[in-house]
Design a protein around this ligand. Sequence first.
Ligand code: GLY
Length: 274
Amino acid sequence: MQIIAHGGVGGTREQDGCVEEALEKGSKGTETPLEAVVGVVRELEDDPIFNAGTGSRIRLDGTIQMDAAVMTPEDIGSIAAVERVRNPILVALEVYHSPYVFLAGADVTRFARKLGYEDYDPSTEKREKELAEMKNKLKGDDKELDDLRNFYRKVGFGDTVGCVAAEDGNYAAAVSTGGTDYCIRGRVGDSPVPGAGFFVGEHGAVVTTGKGEEIIKRMTAIRCHDMIPEYGIKEACRIGVENLPEDTTLGIIAVGEEGPWADSSREMPQAKKL
Ligand code: GLY
């Protein structure tokens, strides 16, 4: 099985070892691309250095809302704004196996509890400190706090974790995030949006990371997937990364017939298995 995983654009290549460890541990003993991508993303969620699961970014109101998704050519399971669960990717997998494709908000948290996912606080001291620093920067500028358009201008990194895998032409993708910094409650980025944060089709599997708003506007994952037959996987990823405003960060991982590939506008911790 061929697998590639990332720990979020805007991270550092010094974190490659952490992604590699998650890839090895999470894919061990798995028999299908779907099992592998879920296993790897689950491990990445459990590593507090990444912005997903434990260690997710904290919203400006002090809460954590997380998005996650899983996809194969057969089905999709996507969740937005789930709260207080340890592994959002496992809840997304429950949606994948349900009659639905996308659940959101308080009801996805209730759905998770009904299925036995216990209350879990994913915050860490590091994220609490980051939130305090962000709030300090906003201090004395209450108008800005009241103005959602200004929040939009402040949306920062959307470092996400993700994994794609392939075996004998079977593809799967999984993605998970705590959102961006300067993030208000209810904001949803690209990660749970099919075609934007992830896509799987006949040419391969694609996952993106970066500023979700720009990725959604461009439907980056499906566009990258659709370019694979004409341009090849490397060029498709490069075009995808370049098709963004200058101040925006974006990373893409993909796997197709030619194997796994990654491209990004800034450093992006990553690991692959051939
Ligand atoms: N890429 C993750 C987000 O924007 O929420």
